[in-house]
Design a protein around this ligand. Structure first.
Ligand SMILES: Nc1ncnc2c1ncn2[C@@H]1O[C@H](COP(=O)(O)OP(=O)(O)OP(=O)(O)O)[C@@H](O)[C@H]1O
Ligand SMILES: [Mg+2]
Length: 636
C-alpha cells in the first residue's frame, strides 16, 4: 500500500497559516499590507479582545469586483505577480497569494468591498471559514474594502492557548502598525481596541511628523535627517538620533527596505558601527533608516513573513548605510553641546510648567546642571545607593528595615548611625561577630584586611583567610536591603509636583499598564499622557533624592519588564531588584578608601551567611583555611 498521499487543500492552508500567522498581530500585518497594496490613503484597524474576538481592517483602496472577490480566499491566488520574472521585481508587500487563504483556514473571515473606480457598480461580500468559501453576494458597501476576522485560532486550540493577555497582544499589534506606518507618513492609520482609540495617526507631511505622532515630540526632536549622498544604486534616507538621545535598548532602531520593515544583522551592525566612539556601547541610538534599491538586487522570498531578505551584494548595502550615517553624524550641528536635554522646559509648551513657578519645578526635579542630567542612569543609581555622609563616603547603607520604619527610609539614607563604635581594632573585631541590628560604621579597617588590585578584599578569619569579590558582595548587600524594604511594604515613592513626561513605545506603554501594581511597589506611578507618552506621577524617593533622571530610570525599567513578557510579577520584581543592585554596586577596579573598606566588611558581618553568594548565585567569597595553607606549603 502506498504511504504517500496528497494533503487536502484545507490542511495545506492550515500548515501555511502555521508559518505566517503566529498571533493576532500577524493577521493585522497581512491585512494592512493588502490595504497598502490596494493603494489605500486611510486604514482603520479595529480590534476586540486583543484580536481573539475580532480583527477588522477597513481601507479606502481599489476595492475588488465580484470576480476577484471570488478568488481572494483561494490559495495561491494573487493579483500581484503573474510569472516567474515578477518574483525578482517585487514592488508590492504581498506576492504569495497565501495570506487570506491561510487566515480563513483558522478563523471566520469575511470581506465587504466595492471598487473605487466604479462607485456605481455596487458592493460585494463573501465569507470563508475552515474548508468552506461562501458565495459572493451583492451588498451595499462604500468604495474600498473591509476584511473582518473573527474567532482567530478557533480550529487550532494549541495556537489559541499560546495567545497572551489582550494587553500583550495589543502591544504586538501596535508594533506591527508602527512598522507599517513609519515608511508611509502620507497614509492615515487608526487603531482601536474594544472601541477605545489606541493609535490615531493622521497623514503627516514627512517621516519626522509621523515619528512624532508615534513616539512623541521629545523623541522626534532628538532626530536629524540623514544627509543624502546623491543618486546611487543603494539610497539611504531617514532619521537618526543625536548621540545624546541614545536609548537603553535597540527598540527604536527600525530598518526598512523599499518600504518593508526588515530585520538584518548586517544593517544593525552598520548602525552600531556608525556610532562607535560617539555613543556608550551600552546605549542604542535611535535610527529610522529607509533603504531604497532596485528590487532585482534583493530577494524578499526567503522568509514566510518576509521580515528577512537576502541582498545580492550585502557588503555594498552595509557600506552605503555606514557612510551615510557617518557623514550625517560628522556634519556640523551634532556636537554634544548642541544636543537636546530632557528637561520638561525644553519640550515645548508644557501646560504644567507654564502654570507653576520655577521653584515648584525645581522641587519636583532637582535643578542640576545639564552635564549632571546626562549622567547615565547607571551612574545615578550607583550614586543613590552610596549614601554620602562620612565615615562611609560611597558605600553607606541605610539602617536595616527591622530597625527602621519604611516610611522613614526617605530620610534614613542620610541619617548618621547612632551606634558608631570607637575605631579600635578590637571593637571592629567585636562587630565582626555581630549578627544583629544596624551594622556599625567603623572608621578603621579590621586588622588583617586589605583591598588588592582594586577588586578583591582579603580578610583574616578565625581559621585562615577569605578573599572577597568586592562587587559581588556589595551587590548582595544592596539587594538584601531592597528586599527588606519591599517586605516591609515597598519602596516609598515621592509624588512629583509637575509630572515629567517620558516618550515610550507602544510596547512599553502596554508594559507600564499591565505592571502598574509591580511598579507601585517600587514607588513608581505612571499614567498615560497623550500619544506615546507617559506622565511620571510618582518616583522612588531614594532615587529622586540622588538626582536620578526619572525619564531614563522609567525607560530602563520598562525595558527590563519587556525582556520576558511571560514572566510573572514576582520573577520580574526579582529581576528588577537584581538589576538595580548590580548597577548600584561598586565595580571591580573601584579603589576603596579605608572607611569604605571598613564599612563594607562591617556590613558583611550582618549577613547570616556572610554573603557567600551574590544575587545571581556567583560566589562572593573564597575561603582558605590554615590547614589548606599548611598543605600547600607542605608543612604537614
Ligand atoms: N484590501 C484589499 N483591497 C483590494 N484587494 C485585496 C485586498 N486584500 C486582498 N486583496 C486581493 O486578494 C488577493 C489575495 O490576498 P492575499 O493577501 O491572500 O495574497 P497576496 O497579498 O497577493 O500575497 P501574500 O500572501 O504575500 O500576502 C490579493 O492579491 C488582492 O488582489
Ligand atoms: Mg497579502
Amino acid at each position: 500500500m502506498a504511504k504517500i498521499s496528497i494533503l487536502p487543500v484545507h490542511l495545506v492552508n492550515k500548515i501555511a497559516a502555521g508559518e505566517v500567522i503566529e498571533r493576532p498581530a500577524s493577521v493585522v500585518k497581512e491585512l494592512v499590507e493588502n490595504a497598502l497594496d490596494a493603494g489605500a490613503g486611510r486604514i482603520a484597524v479595529a480590534v476586540e479582545d486583543g484580536g481573539a474576538r475580532l480583527i477588522s481592517v477597513t481601507d479606502d483602496g481599489s476595492g475588488m469586483g465580484a470576480e476577484d472577490l471570488a478568488l481572494a480566499f483561494a490559495p495561491h491566488a494573487t493579483s500581484k505577480i503573474a510569472g516567474e520574472d515578477d518574483l525578482f521585481r517585487i514592488v508590492t508587500m504581498g506576492f504569495r497569494g497565501e495570506a487570506l487563504a491561510s487566515i480563513a483556514s483558522i478563523a471566520h473571515a469575511s470581506i465587504r468591498t466595492a471598487r473605487r473606480d466604479e462607485p456605481s457598480g455596487g458592493g460585494w461580500e463573501v465569507e470563508a471559514s475552515g474548508e468552506a468559501i461562501g458565495q459572493v453576494r451583492p451588498c451595499a458597501a462604500p468604495p474600498g474594502t473591509t476584511v473582518a476576522i473573527r474567532d482567530l485560532f478557533y480550529s487550532t486550540p494549541a495556537r489559541r492557548k499560546f495567545m497572551k493577555s489582550a494587553t500583550t497582544e495589543m502591544g504586538h499589534i501596535t508594533e506591527q502598525i508602527t512598522r507599517l506606518a513609519l515608511p508611509r507618513p502620507q497614509v492615515a492609520f487608526t487603531l482601536t481596541h474594544n472601541g477605545r482609540t489606541v493609535l490615531d495617526l493622521p497623514a503627516a507631511p514627512d517621516t519626522a511628523g509621523r515619528a512624532a505622532d508615534l513616539f512623541g515630540r521629545e523623541l522626534a526632536d532628538g532626530l536629524v535627517e540623514i544627509v543624502p549622498r546623491g543618486r546611487r544604486p543603494v539610497r539611504v534616507g531617514g532619521l537618526i538620533g543625536k548621540p545624546s538621545a541614545a536609548r537603553p535598548s535597540a527598540r527604536w532602531q527600525y530598518t526598512f527596505l523599499n518600504g518593508r520593515y526588515i530585520r538584518d544583522r548586517l544593517l544593525a551592525h552598520a548602525v552600531k558601527e556608525a556610532y562607535r566612539g560617539v555613543v556608550d556601547p551600552s546605549r542604542w541610538p535611535v535610527a529610522l533608516v529607509f533603504i531604497e534599491m532596485d528590487p532585482a538586487e534583493v530577494d524578499v522570498n526567503v522568509h514566510p513573513t518576509k521580515v528577512e531578505v537576502r541582498f545580492r551584494d550585502s557588503q555594498a548595502v552595509h557600506g552605503e548605510l555606514l557612510a551615510a550615517m557617518r557623514e550625517t553624524l560628522n556634519s556640523a550641528n551634532l556636537s554634544p553641546d548642541a544636543s537636546f536635554t530632557t528637561r520638561p522646559a525644553d519640550l515645548g509648551p508644557d501646560p504644567f510648567a507654564a502654570a507653576l513657578p520655577a521653584t515648584a519645578a525645581a522641587m519636583a526635579a532637582p535643578a542640576l546642571p545639564d552635564d549632571a542630567r546626562r549622567t547615565s542612569v547607571r551612574q545615578a543609581l550607583a550614586d543613590f545607593f552610596r549614601a554620602q555622609p562620612p565615615p562611609q563616603p560611597r558605600l553607606g547603607f541605610a539602617p536595616s528595615p527591622a530597625a527602621t520604619h519604611p516610611a522613614a527610609f526617605a530620610s534614613s539614607a542620610t541619617a548618621t548611625q547612632p551606634h558608631a563604635p570607637a575605631t579600635t581594632a578590637a571593637d571592629s573585631a567585636g562587630a565582626y561577630q555581630s549578627e544583629h541590628g544596624p551594622a556599625p560604621a567603623p572608621a578603621a579597617v579590621p586588622a588583617g584586611a586589605m583591598q588588592v588590585h582594586d577588586s578583591y578584599i582579603v580578610v583574616q578569619t578565625d581559621d585562615g583567610l577569605a578573599i572577597i569579590d568586592q562587587h559581588a558582595l556589595h551587590e548582595r548587600l544592596i539587594y538584601n536591603e531592597l528586599r527588606g524594604r519591599l517586605a516591609a511594604g515597598g519602596l516609598t515613592g515621592q509624588r512629583m509636583l509637575i509630572p515629567q513626561t517620558v516618550a515610550v513605545s507602544p510596547a512599553q506603554a502596554a508594559a507600564a499598564a499591565s505592571h502598574a501594581e509591580l511598579l507601585r511597589r517600587l514607588g513608581v506611578e505612571l499614567e498615560p499622557f497623550g500619544p506615546a507618552t507617559l506622565a511620571i506621577q510618582q518616583f522612588p524617593s531614594m532615587l529622586a533624592q540622588r538626582g536620578c533622571e526619572p525619564t531614563e530610570f522609567v525607560q530602563e525599567t520598562l525595558e527590563r519588564l519587556l525582556e520576558d513578557p511571560q514572566a510573572d510579577s514576582e520573577v520580574l520584581l526579582e529581576r528588577l531588584l537584581q538589576t538595580l543592585a548590580c548597577k548600584a554596586a561598586i565595580k571591580a577596579g573601584d579603589p576603596l578608601t579605608p572607611q569604605e573598606l571598613a564599612a563594607l566588611l562591617a556590613r558583611r558581618d550582618s549577613l547570616a551567611d556572610k554573603g557567600s553568594s551574590c544575587p545571581h548565585g556567583r560566589p562572593t567569597t573564597l575561603k582558605l583555611t590554615l590547614k589548606d595553607l599548611q598543605k600547600q606549603f607542605k608543612r604537614v
